[in-house]
Ligand binder design. Structure first.
Ligand code: PAF
Length: 289
């Protein structure tokens, strides 16, 4: 596996591959890689000729008081896992490579307000601007034909799709379903913060979301009732609930009764760890209302 740290290094390899007409897929990560990340690399391999993974803990997507300083950094284990997974190049930029004019003077991308006013965007002001900014920078440096993201961060996925479409990047965004522990807990680098008992309890989140998704799929059009029931259920299980929301998958707006492609999204706190997750609602099989 090749490794690049500077703009020039990553550009010269990706340019060479493009000139050889090889299709490049980028898998952006912040490291502390788990099986969920490896499923992104697998998908990238399936749909391209060369895979570039980046590891960069992006300061601009962390708010004040969030875990930027403590975010797990496990470079040598990550490197090994990527190599075993068949990644062709690991891009490991430092802050000067990603933000050469410094964080104060950076040019920023503002994520679309209609996608970020609510849910994670409300809970973490500025977070999606930081994500959009760093992903746009990675896209410019690597110039992939494809970029792969997980559905676990569903709002992030929509923000990136919109950015690509609005700014006219010639990049296909591929999404990959969430990989889960046997308890149902969605894999996340932040699961590391959970104490063993919290980790066991955290599996309940998926169970409750699946139950809400089933109810929403059973033509129960009282979405807010389903949300309230799910939130109360989670609170009884010891979670502090930030939100449980049933939304349109395409734009995260509140669905009408005719909504077909929906998602149940939630954010909860257990102990000192904030978890997010989401589950698809399948209402596609119903006849037209
Ligand atoms: O999903 C992540 O790990 C990050 O938000 C990303 C997309 C790598 C940008 O820093």
């Amino acid at each position: 596996m090749l490794q690049a740290t500077t703009r020039e290094q990553v550009r010269s390899v990706s340019r060479e591959w493009r000139q050889a007409e090889l299709k490049i897929a980028l898998v952006p990560t912040m490291g502390k890689l788990h099986d969920g990340h490896l499923s992104l690399v697998d998908e990238a391999r399936r749909c391209s000729d060369r895979v570039i993974a980046s590891i960069y803990v992006n300061p601009t997507q962390f708010g004040q008081g969030e875990d930027f300083d403590n975010y797990p950094r496990t470079f040598s284990a990550d490197r090994k896992r990527l190599e075993q997974a068949g990644c062709d190049l690991l891009f490991l930029p430092d802050e000067n490579t990603m933000y050469p004019f410094g964080l104060e003077n950076q040019v920023r991308v503002l994520a679309s307000p209609d996608l970020t006013a609510d849910l994670e965007g409300r809970a973490r002001p500025g977070h999606f601007d930081g994500v959009a900014t760093v992903v746009a920078r990675l896209f410019h440096l690597v110039e992939p034909g494809i970029a792969v993201f997980g559905e676990k961060d569903f709002q992030q996925l929509l923000v990136i799709r919109r950015m690509v479409s609005d700014l006219g990047f010639d990049i296909r965004i591929v999404s990959v379903p969430t990989v889960r522990e046997s308890s149902g807990l969605a894999m996340s680098s932040r699961n590391n913060y959970l104490k063993p008992a919290e980790k066991t309890a955290a599996g309940k989140l998926y169970e409750v979301l699946c139950d809400a998704a089933r109810k929403a799929g059973d033509r129960q059009d009282d979405f807010s009732g389903i949300e309230v029931d799910a939130a109360e259920h989670l609170e009884r299980q010891g979670f502090l609930v930030d939100y449980v929301a049933i939304r349109n998958s395409a734009d995260l707006n509140q669905p009408g009764p005719e909504g077909r492609d929906l998602r149940v999204l939630a954010a909860v706190v257990i102990g000192r760890t904030r978890l997010i997750d989401n589950v698809a609602v399948n209402r596609l099989g119903f006849p037209e209302l």
